[in-house]
Design a protein around this ligand. Structure first.
Ligand SMILES: [Zn+2]
Ligand SMILES: [Zn+2]
Ligand SMILES: [Zn+2]
Length: 413
């Protein structure tokens, strides 16, 4: 038992490249190339250095076959192309598929076109990179990287999963992750070391390290150990680095906005430039105040507008808060007699969009106002089944392009 645990572990370590044997602490002192900060342009620029001519030809043939037989899965073509000699393989494969395709295809049809509306020609998408023939360098680097990443899986199972997914790192990784979280080796190693397996953290990867950014302490800076294959570097960047950077960027923007708001408020207070909302009586700076369009010009704050719009949309306040004739929100100021003014829709949009899901709420508000006005108009209407689009139903006028395709799709279903 002990033997069977220790054997694969030591063999795995033996197979690793020498620089990976060093611990993280030692290699940050020793090598400077590991610590060079990530150069985005260098990683993302499209370098096709390793494609040899045969690979290019194979991929051209594959692309042509995907165009000819758009509903067949590309792995059928890959299989057939690889088994044929270089001369006129495209022609041979085409002929075979036309004569007795079923024998070669064996049910491997693409799902996409049958799920969608059949009327749409969807076959024009180019073949994704994951489905093309990959270079030997890419395959080798992916294999090495995955050996390193999933140390608790046997090399044979990694190779099997890779073969199943056309050696694509992005496609094989979820399966391997699933396997590694369930494998008995993971259970045993986490039992002995009392540590989480390294792969449980989606941001953690042997080639990516996050260190504090010297210029900005609140965010982390990615350090990337190049794999030696540009294609894989780009893939790793997309999987591990880009989402984290995007999240950090959003957090920075949020912090900046909060700071800007605070600064603005302090300055407005100092300059005595605060306006009291006439609904909730809270003082707000000019940027967060709107007025109704009556002669009284009541000040209404953005917060009150948001609350009123939410109540109209999701609560009981539609009839009370929305003026359908002006397609806008009624003035919220509690005046006697009741103010007949409305708030400018542009200001409502600005008020709603200070929140995260504000744009959706604003759209919902507009759509509901529109549809209620259409109902009120009592016109005969033709409606789209999947969006709020509507047009007047007049027998002598042919329905527009929009409804034509929706109706034909509806009949087919
Ligand atoms: Zn208010
Ligand atoms: Zn008013
Ligand atoms: Zn529509």
């Amino acid at each position: 038992m002990i033997l069977s645990i220790s054997m694969p572990k030591s063999s795995g370590r033996f197979l690793r490249k020498p620089d990976f044997l060093k611990s993280r602490q030692s290699d940050d002192a020793a090598s400077t190339e590991v610590r060079t900060p990530l150069d985005l342009d260098e990683v993302l620029e499209d370098v096709e250095e390793e494609e040899d001519s045969d690979l290019g030809e194979l991929n051209t043939a594959l692309g042509a076959l995907v165009d000819i037989f758009p509903d067949v899965q590309p792995d059928v073509f890959r299989e057939m192309l690889l088994n044929l000699s270089k001369e006129s393989r495209l022609e041979v494969v085409t002929e075979h598929l036309l004569r007795n395709g079923a024998q070669y295809i064996q049910g491997r049809y693409r799902k996409k076109p049958s799920d969608d509306n059949a009327s749409q020609p969807r076959h024009l998408e180019p073949l994704p990179k994951d489905e093309t023939f990959r270079s030997d360098k890419y395959k080798r680097t992916v294999k090495d990287t995955l050996y390193l990443e999933f140390r608790n899986l046997s090399h044979s199972s990694i190779r099997a999963v890779l073969a199943e997914h056309n050696y694509s790192y992005t496609l094989a990784r979820p399966t391997l992750h699933h396997l590694s979280s369930k494998s008995w080796r993971a259970t045993i190693s986490s039992f002995f070391t009392r540590k989480r397996p390294a792969t449980s953290d989606p941001d953690l990867h042997p080639h990516v390290e996050w260190l504090p950014n010297p210029t900005e302490p609140s965010s982390l800076f990615p350090y990337f150990k190049r794999t030696g294959c540009t294609e894989l570097d780009q893939e790793l960047y997309r999987v591990y680095i880009a989402p984290v950077l995007a999240r950090q960027n959003q957090e920075r923007l949020d912090r900046d906005q909060a700071l800007a708001y605070d600064l603005n408020e302090t300055e407005a207070e100092d300059a005595n430039a605060m306006f009291d909302c006439e609904c909730c009586f809270t003082p707000y700076p000019f940027e967060y105040i709107s007025t109704c369009d009556s002669d009284a010009g009541h000040f209404i704050c953005f917060r009150c507008i948001k609350l009123a719009a939410n109540e109209a949309l999701y609560g009981q306040g539609w009839a009370r808060n929305i003026d359908l004739t002006k397609s806008s929100l009624r003035c919220l100021a509690p005046s006697v007699p009741e103010c007949q003014g409305c708030i400018n829709p542009e200001l409502i949009q600005r008020a709603l969009c200070t929140e995260k899901d504000g744009a959706t709420n604003w759209q919902k508000l507009q759509e509901r106002v529109m549809s209620e006005n259409l109902i009120k108009s009592q016109l005969p209407l033709l409606r789209c089944l999947s969006c709020p689009y509507a047009e007047i139903d007049e027998p002598h006028i042919i329905a527009s392009k929009h409804l034509e395709h929706v109706q034909s799709a509806g009949e087919e279903v």
